[in-house]
Design a protein around this ligand. Structure first.
Ligand SMILES: *Cc1c(COP(=O)(O)O)cnc(C)c1O
Length: 229
């Protein structure tokens, strides 16, 4: 099932790429494996998936030792500052940096471990009360401050779009995210690159790619519905 699902997602990504004349290789697929057992991650790994997204520190720690070491773990959920120390040397990208204080903590731990941590800044583009992320208007100022912290490398932006029935409803947010990332790139701020635009989930990744996403986070579309009991 998982193999079939992955092929299906890859075919859809490929079709969008053809439509907008993009290279399939430039779109990074993150398999969002939260709540799913190690056996399912192994199945995805066996058909070539190396990027896995998780939203809980505890879950990354539990899975980390049981799976191959060439996996790139992506922290995509809200991260509490007191838990940064547990994953700083295990994740390859933190997508969900949503405050200066969190960035400061990541920087501090990265210095301790003598590594440079790549991060994305999470934007709450639709300004939803229930979601984490920095608002559009705060973004540039926040980026300028965070970019000066040691041992942190800002790689781009991330957003979690609203949950909608019709993915077209999110097109406006994806467009604004792309624009924001281009605006920031144009400013040539030291230690900030805008290579990554992490947006699009199972319900809307095709629209997200059309609007400039190059990193999609697909859970349900690969592993099936989640059961939160
Ligand atoms: C769960 C989750 C996803 C994947 O959602 P699906 O709709 O299952 O594809 C993507 N991004 C984040 C931040 C998530 O928490």
């Amino acid at each position: 099932m998982i193999q079939h699902n992955i092929q299906n997602v890859q075919q859809k990504i490929n079709a969008v790429c053809n439509k907008i004349s993009k290279d399939f290789k430039d779109i990074h697929l993150i398999a969002v494996s939260k709540t799913k057992p190690v056996s399912m991650l192994q199945e995805a790994y066996d058909v070539g998936i190396r990027d896995f997204g998780e939203n809980k520190v505890q879950e990354i720690l539990e899975k980390y030792d049981k799976l191959p070491s060439d996996i790139r773990w992506h922290m995509i959920g809200h991260l509490q500052r007191n838990k940064v120390k547990y994953i700083i040397d295990k994740v390859s990208l933190i997508h969900s940096v949503d405050s200066l204080r969190l960035a400061e903590e990541i920087s501090k731990e990265a210095v301790k471990h003598n590594i440079t941590m790549p991060i994305l800044i999470e934007i709450n583009m639709a300004e939803e009360e229930s979601k984490f992320g920095i608002s559009y208007s705060e973004c540039e100022e926040m980026l300028r401050i965070i970019s000066q912290l040691p041992n942190i490398q800002i790689k781009g932006l991330m957003t979690v779009a609203p949950f909608v029935d019709n993915p077209e409803d999110n097109r406006q947010y994806f467009k604004s995210m792309k624009q924001l990332s281009v605006d920031i790139m144009t400013k040539n701020i030291d230690n900030i690159c805008m290579d990554v635009l992490s947006m699009g989930m199972t319900g809307d990744y095709e629209v997200a790619i059309e609007e400039g996403s190059n990193m999609v986070r697909v859970g349900t579309g690969i592993f099936g519905e989640r059961n939160y009991q």
